[in-house]
Ligand binder design. Structure first.
Ligand SMILES: C[S@@+](CC[C@H](N)C(=O)[O-])C[C@H]1O[C@@H](n2cnc3c(N)ncnc32)[C@H](O)[C@@H]1O
Length: 120
């Protein structure tokens, strides 16, 4: 994904990503979002969820950058609404919401999810 998506442009109606976009530094994250936009058709929909800055792991471990921390070998880039909106600046029909839950363990986590559409 960080090397570019292996697909022609404008071929998908939708892209869904669940907890897979919050591992990268800002320039790589922006590149991945550009790639997602490239493969979507005009009016295509992106739905994604990522770890949020409200997550209990936020701020734990070694700080690598703004909202980026490495803990026990895992690098996580925690998103807030402002960062989501910045990444989606060229998108339309954006909605976001924060929610809590668990993933792969019983530990409570905090996530942010967003829905957005490419410009027609
Ligand atoms: C928390 S898991 C989520 C997996 C799945 N989407 C789900 O909801 O069960 C994070 C996923 O991101 C993937 N991942 C992390 N860094 C990646 C990278 N650089 N390129 C592609 N996938 C990556 C991991 O392999 C892992 O499958």
């Amino acid at each position: 994904m960080t090397q570019g998506l292996p697909f022609a442009g404008h071929i998908f109606d939708g892209v869904f990503s669940h907890l897979a976009l919050h591992y990268f530094e800002p320039d790589v994250t922006a590149f991945v979002f550009d790639e997602i936009r490239r493969v979507l058709r005009p009016g295509g929909v992106l739905v994604f969820a990522v770890k949020s800055t409200k997550d209990p792991y936020y701020g734990r471990g070694q700080r690598l950058g703004d909202h980026i921390f490495a803990r026990k070998g895992h690098v996580r880039h925690f998103f807030d609404e402002e960062y989501v909106r910045k990444l989606l600046v060229d998108w339309t029909d954006i909605s976001t919401d924060a929610y809590g839950g668990t993933y792969a363990s019983s530990e409570p986590s905090a996530f942010i999810r967003a829905v957005a559409r490419t410009a027609v």
